[in-house]
Ligand binder design. Structure first.
Ligand code: GLY
Length: 454
């Protein structure tokens, strides 16, 4: 079996690690693999968004499966090109990926089918956005409608801040074309939750929920990043809540996508806010999340490969369930000083030499690393994921922080408080080894054998 992974960040390293466990004898290929991935796969010297080049490569190699990590190739139609050539690909078409590539589209769809989300208005013209914002009360959220690497949302605590964010986006100063349309929405209060659903377009298997930490600073302060850490499972989430998320959020959206001739096949990621009046959607993404994938996949006791292959081949996953291993996982992201703004690259990285940095309770996934002059150096804003595993979140955090401390480079930045909400909610002191997560949720298939029509 030959498997191509498109992308070379922490999420893709975790996907490669998991798929290699699921299919040890498979041959793996990765687009420009980072130094953590390189020993596990054959390098493909093509950019992730070179969709035609990748399709030709996959065709030439008779690739059994291609898994697409980042959103940009999906928005550019990689799944459409692969499907036209009958190549199995895990990821939605460009039309379906609009659920991430256009926040305005996603909000309109949710409003149409009654999926709970914050009230919103979309704007392309500054004068109209300005008039609307002046009528609202702060706090307000201003979002670039297009793709902005997870950084396109501004939580404005005053009207002036909202006006400044809207103007910068609409004038192309903040996110280029991605900000040519903006969404202004009500601020939602609560805890964030990331839920991944593997879907064939009609049936969905939800994976264990996780919680991301988007702000750069401890205590959730400072600007938004792509994600500075994550943990799973989330103790406050039970089976009843997951059923509600499946029935009120995932299924209506999948139905609407199917009836509007853009069926979503792949990984649908719901970024949720757990508000006092129930879960509401902050955003949808059309791919696995980063850094959440790095904690979700190590908790999977079952293989994920068969589900990905079934979806990629256009088959059904009706009735599919996955089992979890009962552990907790916590990911601390090591970033370059200055991120999410500008930062230096090329800083030499020292990995511990006295003992192996990884063991059964510590996984190090590379992200922004490369080899220069024979040395491992930094090459991005997010450099590593240090994922601790344990019987509970306290253990997982301890191992994760040990990994984060052990790796060294000039300007290394990381948060020591990943998981603080779960720890604060626990009966034991912060960081205690006795912190117990709730029993893991089982992913569940939503419908049997296509019994419900879309
Ligand atoms: N963790 C946020 C994202 O993947 O977009």
């Amino acid at each position: 079996m030959k498997i191509l992974i498109v992308g070379n960040g922490g999420r893709e390293h975790a996907l490669l690690w998991k798929l290699k466990k699921d299919a040890p004898s498979a041959e793996f290929f990765v687009t420009r693999p980072n130094p953590g991935m390189a020993p596990l796969a054959t390098a493909v010297d093509l950019a992730p968004d070179d969709v035609e080049g990748l399709a030709s490569f996959a065709q030439g190699e008779s690739m059994s499966l291609t898994v697409v990590g980042p959103e940009i190739p999906l928005a550019r139609g990689i799944a459409d090109v692969f499907s036209r050539r009958s190549l199995p690909v895990f990821g939605p078409t460009a039309a379906a990926a609009r659920i991430e590539s256009s926040k305005a589209f996603a909000k309109e769809l949710m409003e149409r089918v009654g999926v709970p989300t914050a009230a919103h208005r979309a704007f392309r013209r500054w004068e109209e956005a300005q008039a609307h914002i002046l009528e609202q009360d702060a706090p307000l959220v201003v979002k670039a409608s297009g793709l902005a690497a997870g950084k396109g949302a501004v939580v404005a605590t005053s009207r002036d801040e909202a006006l400044a964010a809207a103007r910068e986006m609409l004038q192309g100063e903040a996110f280029g074309d991605a900000g040519s349309e903006i969404v202004v929405e009500d601020f939602m209060e609560g805890e964030e939750l990331s839920v991944f659903g593997i879907t064939d377009g009609r049936h969905v298997t939800l994976l264990i929920p996780s919680q991301d930490h988007k702000r750069i600073g401890e205590g959730d302060t400072g600007p938004n990043t792509g994600g500075m850490g994550a943990y799973a499972p989330v103790p406050s989430v039970d089976v009843r809540l997951m059923d509600q998320i499946r029935d009120r959020i995932f299924l209506p959206v999948l139905d609407a996508m199917e009836t509007s001739a853009r069926p979503f096949r792949g990984l649908l990621y719901a970024g949720l806010m757990l508000t006092a009046s129930g879960p509401k959607v902050v955003e949808f993404n059309c791919r696995f999340g980063d850094p959440e994938t790095q904690v979700v996949l190590p908790l999977l006791a079952d293989s994920i490969l068969e589900l990905l292959v079934a979806v990629a081949r256009g088959g059904s996953i009706a009735g599919a369930r996955v089992q979890w291993n009962g552990k907790a996982a916590l990911n601390t992201v090591l970033a370059s000083e200055g991120y999410p703004g500008s930062y230096e690259t090329g800083r030499e990285i020292t990995m511990p030499t006295t003992s192996p940095v990884e063991d059964e309770d510590l996984l190090i996934f590379h992200a922004g690393t490369t080899i220069a002059d024979g040395k491992l150096v930094t090459a991005g804003g997010r450099v590593f994921s240090s994922v601790g595993l344990g019987t509970d979140l306290g253990h997982a955090r301890k191992r994760s922080l040990e990994g984060a401390e052990a790796i060294d480079f000039q300007g290394k930045v990381f948060r020591r408080d990943i998981g603080w909400r779960a720890m604060a909610g626990a009966a034991t002191p912060e960081g205690s080894d006795q912190t117990q997560p709730a029993p893991p949720i089982r992913g569940r298939a939503s419908r049997d054998s296509g019994a419900t029509s879309g």
